[in-house]
Write a protein that binds this ligand. Structure first.
Ligand code: HEM
Ligand SMILES: CC(C)=CCC/C(C)=C/CC/C(C)=C/COP(=O)(O)OP(=O)(O)O
Length: 301
């Protein structure tokens, strides 16, 4: 039996939210030359983390009947009775209110509004409506999960920058291969719960082609930070290597070597996004050094 604290922690989907917060952090670092101001960085991350955790807890509340019939999710705190619905609702509201208080009063109103829209987008629009309504659920709902780089950026600058939207676009296009690979492996779960995920409504072969299509779009989208001058060649090299590996997974998935290959593709999607954003960050730090190096060589001669 897990402790009550561990059950609450599970409600926040800690690993998904950790990667979400990392993408927000990268948005913050890319927003300004050098280091972003400490106060906005720390409080902005705290506010975004609390909002995402609140949204995740609401997802557990609204999905508890679905979660109870799926093998992957049946042991979550609400289906098992580890926590009562009222406990989860109070927890979600507390996190949400704390997040908004921090962002409105200590960061800036734009960041607060965008973060609130993402919270509602995931917790209510995706979970409460789209997930049950259309196989395009995760494509449209993916906007909320993709928003954090823009949330981070706006926490630092108080503006919505086109470069931040490029990072949002990358995660938006990444979401379908990320999720549909898992959904192929778990399609019987979704069929049993009567959730219209793409492999259930359109079949596995169609979903595999859609994964390949979105992976091609993803690789093209990842060229844009370099093409628009936001990132340098170090980033581009990393993005292309990661992208070629993703394309290889998506291509092999059309005729997979075993039934677990879709799951391996899903796992790679997470490594991919983590590494891609790490490349953005490293490139941002390295760029001044790389640009200064030829000038220093000239001075030496
Ligand atoms: C609508 C958009 C998305 C959908 C439908 C989706 C769906 C899923 C699902 C069903 C899982 C398996 C969770 C589990 O077994 O507990 C998962 C795992 C994961 N997702 Fe997503 N995801 C989305 C967006 C994102 C975003 C935006 C990120 C991060 C930027 C992300 C990061 C992760 C990570 C890190 C895991 C692994 C969690 C673990 O190992 O416990 N996902 N996703
Ligand atoms: C404020 C802000 C940044 C909000 C974003 C919040 C957030 C946690 C987004 C992650 C998306 C996600 C895990 C979707 C899976 O939901 P699912 O219900 O399809 O998956 P499940 O079956 O594992 O519950």
């Amino acid at each position: 039996m897990r402790s009550t604290a561990a059950q609450y922690w599970t409600l926040t989907k800690p690993r998904v939210v950790a990667l979400i917060v990392f993408t927000a952090l990268v948005g913050m670092f890319l927003a300004v030359p050098g280091l972003p101001p400490l106060k906005e960085t720390v409080l902005g991350l705290l506010g975004i983390w609390l909002a995402a955790a609140s949204a995740a807890a609401i997802n557990h509340v609204l999905d508890q009947r679905i979660d109870a019939v799926m093998a992957r999710t049946h042991d979550r705190p609400l289906p098992t009775g580890g926590l009562r619905t009222t406990q989860a609702v109070v927890f979600a509201i507390t996190l949400g209110v704390a997040s908004m208080a921090i962002l409105v009063f200590l960061v800036n109103p734009l960041c607060a509004v965008l973060t609130f829209a993402s919270l509602i987008g995931y917790a209510i629009v995706y979970t409460g409506w789209l997930k049950r309504a259309t196989p395009q659920n995760i494509v449209i709902g993916g906007i909320a999960g993709a928003a954090p780089p823009a949330l981070g950026w706006s926490a630092i600058t108080g503006t919505l920058d086109p470069h931040a939207l490029l990072l949002v676009l990358i995660i938006f296009v990444w979401t379908p291969p990320h999720f549909w690979a898992l959904a192929i492996f778990r399609r019987e779960d979704y069929a049993r719960a009567m959730i219209p995920m793409l492999p259930v409504t359109h079949g596995v072969t169609y979903t595999r082609w859609q994964i390949l299509l979105y992976t091609v779009l993803l690789v093209l989208a990842t060229i844009l930070p370099w093409a628009t001058g936001m990132s340098g060649l170090f980033y581009l090299g990393g993005a292309l290597v990661l992208g070629v590996v993703f394309l290889w997974y998506a291509w092999r998935l059309l005729d997979p070597p075993d039934e677990f290959f879709a799951m391996r593709t899903f796992q790679y999607s997470i490594v991919y996004l983590m590494a891609l954003f790490a490349f953005l960050l490293l490139d941002h730090w390295l760029m001044p050094w790389l640009q200064a190096a030829p000038a220093m060589q000239l001075q030496a001669t």
